[in-house]
Design a binder for this molecule. Structure first.
Ligand SMILES: Cc1ncc(COP(=O)(O)O)c(C=O)c1O
Length: 352
């Protein structure tokens, strides 16, 4: 394409998981929450009225940011930036803290959007391979870069680096560190306090997973006010629409609803991991709302993915180095996971 920027020639763009139109599909491929968001969220949407749609929204989502600051233990909204999903905030982080030509650090394998964002910006993503169990290696601690995406829990491995490792990394790294906590509400602990302890740390959260709001596009980043001020220069004037602001506020104010859903997902996750191990998959302990199931021999992971798809059960297969032998399965309802396990029993010819 002769009209596009030269930079785009080698960029394929990010490929999101498939969103089937058929309502009958058991959809375990994009890490959505199987349970509905808080009823207060729907009340907030109904309560909006025509005026809220006629006028521009609050450009800096003040009420939502105040509620987030309170919830996450920060002094006020000056520590928070809200966005149109965490993906927008990840893109803003590159735009705000990285010059074209700079190096950005990430682990491998990890969320593949980072690479796309760097390429679009003319920056280089330097990845350091995780070890055989998907833990960090020493090289990760010694590779200098302008920005680091530290994904915890990591995707698609589901593993969370020990907090002590995160702290050691933050104490040594000279650039800006984005701790991507997209899945952290499903984990045992989090790093939310590190944005206060380190002036180069940004902790990011999404409302897509634990709050069951992927359809809304709501994300927040927590960082020292000096970093937040730089972010504000690069965002769109009205990057969070009026509906998202009202919904985000209602969701964060009904935190207990989210925690109840998370508890159900975690219980199902434990059963699913047990079932998959019984079927012969190698499955690490997951701190997220998905599990990575690996298997050797026939049928291959891709064949299983394909056969499940033909049975209207969607999981995710990544055509990526080190993930050839794996499928990633979102933790759905108990019934959805039971249907998946039954299908795998048939496909693998295993007795229940
Ligand atoms: C590791 C990671 N970070 C960020 C996101 C983006 O979340 P959002 O839906 O808020 O854009 C995802 C979504 O899949 C993710 O897996």
């Amino acid at each position: 394409m002769k009209y596009a920027r030269e930079l785009l020639r080698d960029v394929d763009g990010y490929t999101p998981g498939e969103q089937p139109r058929d309502a009958g599909v058991i959809k375990l491929n994009t890490n959505e929450n199987p349970y509905p968001p808080s009823p207060r969220v729907l009340d907030a949407v109904r309560g909006l009225g025509a005026e809220a749609l006629r006028k521009y929204p609050d450009p800096v989502a003040t009420a939502f940011r105040e509620a987030c600051a309170h919830r996450y233990g920060y002094p006020g909204p000056e520590w928070i930036i809200a966005g149109n999903g965490m993906d927008e905030l990840l893109a803003l982080a590159v735009r705000t803290f990285v010059d074209p030509g700079d190096r950005v650090l990430a682990m491998y394998p990890t969320y593949s959007l980072y690479d796309v964002l760097c390429r679009l910006h003319g920056a280089e993503l330097a990845t350091v391979d995780l070890d055989a169990d998907f833990g960090l290696t020493e090289d990760f601690f010694t590779t200098p870069a302008r920005l680091c995406f530290f994904t915890r829990p990591n995707a698609p491995t589901g593993r969370a680096a020990p907090r002590a490792e995160v702290e050691r990394f933050c104490a040594g790294f000279k650039g800006v560190i984005v701790i991507d906590e997209a899945y952290v509400d499903f984990a045992e602990d989090n790093c939310m306090d590190l944005a206060r302890r380190f002036d180069n740390v940004i902790v990011m959260r999404t409302f897509s997973k634990s709050f069951s709001l992927a359809g809304m596009r709501i994300g927040v980043a927590v960082a020292n006010p000096d970093l937040v001020n730089e972010f504000l220069k690069t965002k769109d004037s009205y990057n969070m629409d009026a509906v998202s602001q009202a919904v985000g506020l209602a969701a964060v104010e009904d935190y207990a609803h989210m925690e109840r859903n998370v508890a159900r997902v975690r219980a199902t996750r434990a059963r699913l991991i047990g079932d998959l191990r019984r079927l012969g998959f190698v499955v690490g302990d997951s701190q997220a709302n998905f599990v990575l199931a690996r298997k050797q021999g026939a049928p291959s992971a891709w064949e299983l993915f394909d056969a499940l798809r033909k049975r209207a059960i969607y999981v995710r297969y990544f055509d990526m180095r080190r993930l050839e032998d794996a499928i990633r399965i979102t933790v759905g309802t108990d019934n959805e996971c039971a249907a998946l396990v039954a299908a795998l029993e048939t496909l693998l010819d295993v007795q229940a």
